[in-house]
Design a protein around this ligand. Structure first.
Ligand SMILES: [Zn+2]
Length: 483
């Protein structure tokens, strides 16, 4: 074979390897997209995670039951149906051994239907909403919206929990025309109470179709749950669940975009999707847990994924990261050993607080610190903040860098500018509460907290790769620490 032929073959090999890598990256991104499309609310996210776990042989545990945990057991539990903790017990686990944890959150900023949402203005039937979390609310204007969430249903004396996701655009928050607001492009700042209220129908059409438009409210205490909302909205929900309005006890509904997530860009390299923050990490954490099943046998630790609700509003709730849930679970998993098994386990443990990170923005690059501009495709981002908005330390960084090196996962560093505000995560909350060494990381993205965010396709496989590497290699790297 001459040199030219060898060169040609080498090029072909590299090309086919790149193709295979691209296919893998795209395949993982598409699977994530299908997950995110099914999750308009934290309740849906928990339900979809549950389905993935059950298919992989995980069983449900209840907080109300006694537990008897054995090596190689695989379980999950939920709280409020919006937080889920899943764990796989290493084959060599004994109480007092460590916990390898990936934590993320199930909630995202959104509009939520108010407890009494029926609102009628200027001949429109509207739905009163609360602003949940720190959304970029102007991005919710002129989108084709729907609702998804949970409904508590009375059924022959029992009370059931049902999920609902109306699969068509039923709501819209219309913009004011530029002719009526000349400085629209300079300073559009909608009033969150009066100007972000979505339209559901017109009174004229409702009347034409025989819907009664009673505006007179029933006296306090006499109105049923269904009377508090637009009858047309109640009907859509009841039809979907096949129940009567009287059976509807209560609901929690998130407003969501109906436009499905998509692969985008001229080179099919972006993901345009709602709720990347933080369903990308919820999804990749569960995938990594499931995909590392084969190495569980030799693991001395328990591997956990903890996906909490209410991060976007500060985590202070019974199902949030600031609750006692995580500690209660870890204590129960440590039982059966010495009296101090839980306390012994804590310093052997490690938590990845996985939440989306800011990629450098091409049109606002001055908002980013010069030496720490995270780029798309360039790897998962380690987040540092000496003021402890992130829990990362030199030790937790060193451990993860070593794991990433052994697993072939690229990493990047991020620090916010001193003259810029900094977000936070469940990382500082949980590390302060439990004392577990923690690192804050995330995949780089743009448009964070917009109704439609943007990241790169590589993020999905890069996050799965890193979390898999973490579950499989953390105990070994931990044992190499000589201090
Ligand atoms: Zn987040």
């Amino acid at each position: 074979m001459n040199n030219k032929t060898i060169d040609g073959q080498r090029k072909q090999k590299v090309a086919s390897e790149t193709m295979a890598a691209t296919d893998k990256v795209l395949g993982a991104a598409k699977q994530f997209i299908s997950f995110v499309n099914k999750c308009p609310s934290p309740f849906h996210a928990v339900d979809e995670v549950k389905k993935l776990l059950v298919a992989a042989g995980y069983k449900e545990l209840r907080e109300t039951d006694p537990w008897a945990i054995q090596p190689l057991d695989k379980y999950f539990l939920t709280r409020n149906q919006s937080t889920i903790i899943a764990f796989a017990v290493g084959g060599n686990f004994k109480p007092g051994n460590g916990f390898s944890i990936v934590g993320a959150h199930t909630d995202s900023p959104c509009l939520k239907v108010k407890p009494k949402s029926k609102t009628n203005k200027s001949g429109y039937a509207m739905v009163g909403v609360e602003c949940y979390g720190g959304g970029i609310w102007h991005t919710w204007f002129d989108r084709d919206l729907t609702v998804g969430g949970r409904v508590l249903v009375k059924n022959n004396g029992s009370i059931e929990h049902h999920l609902v996701h109306i699969q068509k655009p039923i709501l819209r928050v219309p913009h004011i025309a530029i002719h009526l607001m000349r400085d629209h492009n300079e300073k559009f700042g909608p009033n969150k109470e009066s100007q972000v209220c979505p339209v559901l129908a017109t009174s004229v059409q409702l009347e034409l179709q025989g819907n009664k438009q009673e505006d007179d409210k029933k006296p306090e205490g006499q109105e049923k749950q269904c009377d508090k909302h637009q009858p047309a909205l109640v009907k859509l929900i009841c039809d979907e669940l096949n129940i009567s309005p009287d059976q509807m006890m209560d609901f929690e509904l998130c407003v969501a975009d109906t436009q499905p997530a998509a692969i985008g860009g001229a080179l099919d390299e972006f993901i345009f999707a709602p709720r990347l923050d933080n369903l990308l990490n919820a999804y990749t954490a569960v995938e990594a847990l499931i995909e590392t099943d084969g190495s569980l046998k030799s693991d001395p630790n328990i591997r956990l994924i903890c996906l909490f609700d209410n991060e976007e509003v500060g985590s202070q709730s019974a199902q949030g990261a600031a609750s006692t849930l995580q500690e209660l679970v870890l204590r129960r998993l440590s039982s059966g050993g010495s009296q101090t098994a839980f306390e012994e386990a804590i310093p052997k443990s490690y938590m990845i607080s996985a939440d989306q990170a800011h990629a450098v923005h091409p049109n606002y690059s001055d908002k980013h610190e010069t030496n720490h501009q995270a780029g798309l495709h360039k790897g998962i981002v380690l987040k540092f903040n000496s003021n402890q908005r992130y829990a990362t330390t030199a030790i937790t960084t060193t451990i993860l860098r070593e794991i990433a090196l052994k697993s072939g996962c690229p990493l990047q560093d991020f620090v916010v500018r001193n003259d810029s505000p900094c977000g936070s995560t469940i990382g500082p909350i949980m590390s302060a509460k439990l004392g577990i060494p923690t690192i804050d990381i995330g995949a780089p993205q743009l448009s964070m907290h917009s109704i439609r965010e943007m990241c790169c396709t590589s993020s999905v496989s890069q996050a799965i790769c890193l979390y898999k590497g973490f579950f499989e290699k953390y105990p070994e790297v931990f044992s190499s620490l000589k201090f």
